[in-house]
Design a protein around this ligand. Sequence first.
Ligand code: C2E
Ligand code: MG
Ligand code: MG
Length: 655
Amino acid sequence: MVILSGAVVSGLAEQLHRSRQREITRRKEAEATSSQNQLLCDALKIGIAEREKAEKLRVGENRILEMVAGNSSLEDALADLVQLIESQEPGTLCSILLLAADGVHIRRGIAPSLPTAFLDALDGMAIGPCAGACGTAMHRREPVVVSDVFVDPLVADYRDLAATHGLRACWSTPILSHEGQVLGSFAMYYREVHSPNVAEVQLIDLATHIARIAIEHKNAEERIHYMADHDALTGLATRTVLRDRVQQAIAQAHRNDCMVAMLFIDLDNFKHINDSLGHRIGDHLLQETADRLTRSLREGDSVARIGGDEFVIVLPALTEAAAAARAAAKVVAALAQPFAINDHELHVSGSVGISLYPANGADVDSLMRAADSAMYHAKEKGRSNYQFFTPRLNQAVQRQQAIANGLRQALARGDFLLHYQPQVDFESGRIVSAEALLRWRQPGTDPIRSSEFIPVAEETGLILPIGEWALREACKQLKRWRTAGHPDLRIAVNLSVRQFHQTGLEEMTAHILEASGLPAMALDLEITESLLMLKNPENLSTMEGLVNMGVELSLDDFGTGYSSLAYLQRFPIHGLKIDQSFVNGIGRDDRDTAIVTAILAMAQSLHLKVIAEGVETAGQEAFLKTHGCQAAQGYYYSAPVAAEAFAAMLERAAA
Ligand code: C2E
Ligand code: MG
Ligand code: MG
């Protein structure tokens, strides 16, 4: 339902009504004239052809007016009009050009019979005192008749253009609104020198009249739609539009398995300012607030004004709640800046409540209620802050932010270290490689596990410097072990999707290998299946770059993603790491056992090396060995340990 203010509706309705009344009178007159004409024609015995022509015009005119009132586009109605006029005067070519909203440029018009290239040349042209027949007619607001393009100085600049398209005469008449504004122009072109006769002038009058009705009607419709969709004071979307956008965002999030955030914003001091300084200042303040909110958005986000000083922002397609927190923090900061309005410096802050789909509701209304109550929570907490709907979610997001801050400091302070977990080759029974796993040294507190801080590092982009450090450190360490008597030992380093996409990954890897004095074949980079799923042609070339260098690529956590054979064949992958969740189920869970068996069979046919992760028992090892797995890693052999402990393990194994 479209809701408009009473004054606006009655104004528009009256306009349309007047226009319709004028049209009915005109049609009655036209009909009377046409029947008089008919008598006259009969009386004068003008041929039947002439009568048919007039009848065709009348029918055509009615059809076009019906198109205008119905669902046809303006372009279709005007094209029909152009063709109708052309059919009346064979040899005439017509065009209707529309004036752009700026009032000074031509926007592409309608001329089905004129060469497209000719129209293209007019598109976007500025109107003016000497701007061709149409541009000049619109500028002067009066008809311009150019009987011979070759001699008329008015169109000197357009002579070549007209000649190229074989046009010799052009008469253009501005189409004026009932208030006298220029809407466009109607023009007739001829291939010979030609001046208008009485019949042609009548046709021009008719054409400009119908074109005016069509354009005004469609403009009014557009304005009604615009007003229904936009708040009159701020130009922001209205509640109706907001509902639509949220519904779309929900449907999209449902399909793509992501989230939608709704930010409910209420100004903290508005009522006081409105009451004490007056509505005019209050209105300014709301407009300025709308501006600040709009500027704080990213592409795809929307903001609406849903009540006096209440605004709602919708953030579609989120993958993490922290993104909503960041947006809310930006809004709070933007509103905390003083507003300068009519010599007043006003301090108005904003309280923001956040709800998330699907966690806090599955439809617009429940999300709105949740965000609203979170907003009250923000007010209770002292205003000028944001709160998530549930305290639990609130805590989780705050913890993530604390982790992100902690990670930044840890990087600067050198608080990261690597632990190494042996990878054991089944055939030789020896440790052939070590997987480097990141650890965060946090003396005195409960250590934060890598499964918690690595996702935060990925989201914040901190994984780039941290990952580079890890790769360098792992290579340096491997070089020491190789020199200390384990020349064939290799190292596996994890690479997240974000790292894989950083520019210069190949160069960085090459530098690190060179600096540590390692051959590229000593390095195994572990990537995940999700990387192969991203349809990014650069992924393949990055992989090929690394592989050509001599580095090997393994697919980590294999089986948890899409595990498609097609992907494996398309990319230069050397090995698979069966995810520990399946290894864990060997012999206990039929499905897991079947998956492990299938992965091993598939890998054999593709000549891929397979290593099983998370092996914890002798039974799992035995099963893997008999089904063709080449290597394993897991607590059964050793948990990840510090470098010194790993060295001791190597020595023991060699002894
Ligand atoms: P991942 O690469 O799959 O690493 C294997 C994880 O399984 C490690 O967890 C390891 O400690 C654990 N694990 C090893 N053996 C067993 C076992 O027998 N049973 C069980 N239950 N678990 C076992 P961790 O160290 O917590 O690492 C978690 C994930 O963090 C890694 O999974 C990897 O994806 C990521 N990660 C670790 N270090 C780095 C790094 O330097 N860079 C990047 N980008 N990611 C890293
Ligand atoms: Mg790994
Ligand atoms: Mg893994």
